[in-house]
Design a protein around this ligand. Structure first.
Ligand SMILES: Nc1nc2c(ncn2[C@@H]2O[C@H](COP(=O)(O)OP(=O)(O)OP(=O)(O)O)[C@@H](O)[C@H]2O)c(=O)[nH]1
Ligand SMILES: [Mg+2]
Length: 449
């Protein structure tokens, strides 16, 4: 399912994936391709426009400033918006009422109502352990009632005996009477296929609704019809209080447009997906899982989630404020180093800071690796609180003590203090002018020995 869309998006992302640095142009061209991919998937135009704009706003905003690469961040943003588009959290089948709970199945001819009624009966019977009665109200298509009866038998679910020539409302009355005799938790009413513009048949289904008082009115639509499915759903929703959607033939839908636009356009939650003809080819709809399937980028999504847990946004902001004021003591330096290590080391972290690409090479040249910064952390940890706040008090004897505590030489301590001084200067500069100021500064000296 959704192979075309999935392939298109995956190839856009593959281009972004490994990149340490993204320019605004890169993001724009990725978004252009995402836009085309969505349109080709037959997602409705307003939905596509909205989607791309929202992703752009977030991708350019501060949220990109985390420990992962910008490419990874964009993938995560697209993923999250896809989940939102699909309805963020799944909405479950609602059966919370005094039994029997009635479910009314409606939709166009051939959309899959009868098949889905059977699948749903099986699901409710086997998974939810409730007793189900299947009732066909399709008196128009020859053998329609018989079709449901045979289906019910194959599932070992009870169905209401057929009386030839009986009208839908009379059948409903009989079904309710049967339930009243006891031991029926859920009644599923399968109805005849109809067009939402067929006034006579729409009036009939409204009468059925009044008689059955359903807790769920499920609209069954064929996902393969793409935008038509969305228009049809909207039409039905205008006439009936639809509580949920079932998208059928997802198994044959390589585009995915209906699934993606449905929620945004109609406001109705998708509750189930029909993924085949067999009675167990029914899936409870989970926005997260579907988005994951479409994007096939689960690794990156979880990486970004982990990273945002590590770096508390508030801490980062505090640090930025301090930097602006030019305050950067050894505690700050230690915190900085710890964060860097948590986020996967210095090179990883530099990758995500805009404008830091060139700096990365300089750092490599200077032999600035994680082992070195771990050693620096050791030195800072050997200092007292007071020393970390006031570097000035670090006289020769204190430096000797600190070196001994960290298992290093005094010259190592001196080097760290020099680096701190340079960093402090740099932070001041960075606070004032951003990365540009840094780039014009003395980069080599920054981490150099
Ligand atoms: N591949 C696939 N086929 C499905 C799915 N759901 C239903 N079908 C098939 O679609 C055809 C029509 O299904 P029905 O359940 O009879 O449709 P209906 O809405 O009850 O049709 P009417 O009663 O004539 O309005 C059957 O051949 C089903 O096997 C699905 O999720 N995937
Ligand atoms: Mg039918």
């Amino acid at each position: 399912m959704f192979q075309n869309l999935s392939q298109r998006l995956t190839s856009v992302f593959d281009k972004l994936r490994g990149r340490g640095l993204l320019s605004e142009d890169d993001v724009s061209s990725a978004l252009r391709e995402i836009r085309i991919a969505l349109l080709e998937a037959d997602v409705s135009l307003p939905v596509v426009k909205d989607f791309v704009e929202q992703v752009r706003t977030r991708a350019i905003g501060q949220e990109v400033l985390r420990s992962v690469s910008p490419g990874q961040m964009v993938i995560k943003i697209v993923h999250d918006h896809l989940v939102d588009l699909l309805g963020s959290t799944g909405v479950e089948l609602n059966l919370a009422t005094t039994p029997p709970a009635s479910i009314l199945m409606v939709g166009l001819q051939g959309s899959g109502k009868t098949t889905t009624s059977g699948k749903l009966a099986k699901h409710i019977h086997e998974k939810l352990k409730k007793r189900v009665l299947l009732v066909s109200l399709d008196i128009y298509r020859p053998a329609a009632q018989h079709q449901l009866e045979v289906l019910a038998q194959s599932l070992s679910v009870e169905s209401l005996p057929i009386i030839d020539g009986e009208k839908p409302l009379a059948i409903v009355a009989r079904a309710i009477e049967r339930a009243r005799q006891g031991s029926i938790d859920v009644i599923i009413y399968d109805t005849a296929g109809r067009l939402h513009i067929d006034d006579t048949l729409m009036d009939e289904v409204k009468d059925i609704q009044a008689a059955t008082k359903p807790i769920e009115i499920l609209l069954v639509v064929d996902a393969m019809t793409g935008q038509d499915a969305v228009r049809i759903a909207q039409g039905f929703k205008d006439a009936l209080p639809i509580t949920g959607l079932v998208l059928t033939r997802i198994d044959g839908d390589s585009r995915g447009g209906a699934a993606l636009s449905m929620r945004a356009v109609t406001g109705c939650p998708i509750k189930f997906l029909g993924v085949g003809e067999k009675s167990d080819h029914l899936e409870i709809f989970h926005p997260e899982r579907l988005a994951g399937r479409i994007l096939d980028m689960g690794d990156i999504v979880s990486l970004v989630e982990r990273a945002s847990e590590v770096v508390n946004a508030e801490d980062a902001e505090k640090m930025a404020k301090k930097m602006q004021k030019g305050i950067f003591d050894l505690n700050d330096m230690a915190q900085h180093i710890e964060q860097m290590l948590k986020m996967g080391g210095i090179s990883n972290m530099m990758g995500f800071l805009p404008g830091m690409g060139k700096l990365k090479d300089k750092i490599a040249q200077a032999g600035m690796d994680d082992k070195v910064i771990r050693r620096q952390l050791g030195i800072i940890h050997s200092m007292t609180k007071k020393e970390r706040k006031n570097v000035q008090i670090l006289n020769a004897s204190r430096r000797r003590r600190i070196a001994k505590g960290a298992g290093l030489e005094v010259s190592d301590v001196n080097r760290l203090l020099k680096q701190h001084q340079q960093m402090q200067l740099m932070m001041k500069q960075l606070g004032k002018t951003g990365a540009k100021g840094l780039m014009s500064g003395k980069l080599g000296a920054l981490f150099g020995n």
